[in-house]
Design a protein around this ligand. Structure first.
Ligand SMILES: [Zn+2]
Length: 280
């Protein structure tokens, strides 16, 4: 019955918008709950770089039991830990990191930006300052963030060569089976001198990327890769190699250089990879 209803809703094109609405209502309730329960932590400590609220601690997030083995055994920097969500606006550590990198390393004002699966706070920050286009394979999910979002498959982008100054695909490539094709497509649509911000979860202990294209089973993927819709766990070295093979010049900003942003409760230990078309 549930599956039948789902396929009817999908066939008339309202399934994803409804799910998106449902999720946004849940998130609003969650946000209200944190605003109340974290009131006692208000004050010195961390500052959200989106809403400027300050708290001595942010909301933590830990992996569920089914995925914790993959995350912890392989030492994956995946966004979990203490101080993940801002209690005031629910921005996430990985969004706050991208904002810091944009603010400090990239000239994005009035540039043409392609933003995959747009994160709410990042999109709202960039929209008035740039010429931003958003895409997703299920655009309905993101209608509440950007009404103008369009369908887009990273491995087959419907944009001309040299269309964008900046591409932001934050935690996207680990979901895509043919990630090399997606990297090449992103490189193709970037203007020369353009830059892509393509952060992914990386293992700091594995010697080799874990992936097996023959696996198509959500439970198995959760157990192996730490999320049911992920198709691999990269090593940072292999990830950078794949970017280089796709034509990018790569500049890695080590975590030590990003420590200056730790007051924004960014992800502990996460380096940033900037992928340039042309010289870095
Ligand atoms: Zn905030």
């Amino acid at each position: 019955m549930k599956e039948q209803l789902k396929s009817i809703l999908k066939s008339i094109g309202v399934y994803h918008p409804l799910q998106s609405l449902y999720r946004s209502i849940l998130r609003n309730f969650e946000n209200l709950r944190y605003k109340i329960t974290y009131n006692r932590y208000k004050g010195k400590g961390y500052t959200c770089n989106f809403c400027n609220a300050t708290y001595s601690k942010f909301v933590p997030e830990y992996p569920s039991q089914e995925i914790s083995n993959a995350i912890y055994t392989n030492k994956v920097i995946a966004g979990y830990g203490e101080n993940v969500f801002c209690p005031n606006c629910l921005s996430k550590n990985r969004e706050r990191l991208v904002k810091d990198v944009l603010d400090n390393f990239i000239h994005f004002q009035e540039k043409k930006i392609l933003h995959f699966s747009p994160e709410k706070h990042l999109f709202r920050y960039l929209k008035p300052l740039s010429d931003i286009t958003t895409i997703d394979i299920f655009p309905g999910f993101y209608k509440y963030i950007d009404k103008k979002i369009i369908y887009g498959d990273a491995t087959d982008l419907r944009f001309a060569d040299n269309s964008f100054d900046i591409v932001i695909a934050n935690h996207i490539l680990e979901h895509i089976p043919d990630d090399r094709k997606a990297m090449k497509e992103i490189h193709r649509v970037l203007l020369k001198g353009g830059v892509a911000l393509l952060q992914c979860p990386w293992s700091v202990s594995l010697a080799k990327t874990i992936e097996d294209p023959s696996i198509n089973d959500k439970a198995k993927q959760a157990e192996l890769y730490g999320q049911a819709d992920h198709v691999r766990i990269y090593t940072l070295e292999d990830y950078i190699e794949r970017l280089k093979h796709s034509g990018f010049t790569v500049r890695t900003i080590p975590y030590e250089e990003l420590l200056q942003f730790s007051r924004h409760a960014t992800q502990v230990g996460e380096p940033v990879v900037l992928a340039y078309k042309g010289n870095a």
